[in-house]
Design a protein around this ligand. Structure first.
Ligand code: CA
Length: 226
């Protein structure tokens, strides 16, 4: 899941980006509103974390432009402590949630997960596809009741496929959701992760199928007759 973090306090931005990366997100970081506005016009994100007091373009203006483009991206705004007016204006302009500084990293991560989950239409933290179950709080996958061991990238790919809920996702879009823009990505990387996931899911009743011209799809299918 790829997040755009916009925060002009570079030290704070770096520590937030590090925490979110450790929590399994791909994070792009911008330090001014204008650069963020440009990126948001061209890139696809799962979540925007937006500080409001920003140089070059105010955070509220970044938000206003985003919604003017009818972009439904979930937005979490970061506001100065006690600034009720900013929170109200942000929510009125289409922010989905806010956090007042200073905040706890665990709360930021929990709100990020909740916003992404809801934007995919899930109110529940438990999501299933056949025998594959996913807990979006712990980010653990179980297969037939057993914990499914996954690397960070494999987990990220499987999360995207599961949250697509029966719609195919192509390799480019999958790659965009999983890697930050600064990461150099081998074009075969997604294929390698999908290959490994297929091995781990083999024979389980859930499979990653390839739809020619459309991409990958996570599908629950009856177990093969023995
Ligand atoms: Ca600021």
């Amino acid at each position: 899941m790829r997040i755009l973090l916009v925060e002009d306090n570079v030290m704070l931005a770096n520590s937030l980006a590090e925490a979110l990366t450790q929590a399994g997100f791909a994070v792009d970081c911008m330090h001014d509103g204008s650069s963020a506005d440009t990126l948001l016009s061209t890139q696809d994100y799962a979540l925007l974390i937006l500080d409001l007091g920003l140089p070059r373009l105010d955070g509220l203006e970044v938000l206003r432009r985003l919604r003017q483009r009818r972009n439904p991206l979930p937005v979490l705004i970061l506001t100065a402590h006690g600034s009720v007016e900013d929170r109200v204006r942000g929510l009125d302009l289409g922010a989905d949630d806010y956090l007042s500084k200073p905040f706890d990293l665990s709360e930021l991560e929990a709100r990020a997960r909740a916003l992404i989950r809801r934007s995919h239409g899930y109110d529940n933290t438990q999501i299933s596809c056949g025998p594959l179950h996913y807990d979006s709080v712990s980010r653990a996958f179980t297969l037939g009741g057993e914990l499914l061991p996954l690397t960070g990238r494999e987990r990220a790919v499987l999360e995207v496929l599961l949250l697509r809920d029966g719609r195919a996702v192509n390799k480019a879009a999958l790659s965009e959701k999983i890697f930050g823009i600064d990461e150099s990505v081998n074009s075969d990387a997604i294929e390698i992760y999908v290959h490994r996931l297929r091995k781990k899911l083999d024979g389980s009743g859930v499979a990653i199928v390839t739809l020619r011209g459309l991409g990958y799809l996570l599908e629950s299918r009856p177990a093969a007759a023995s």
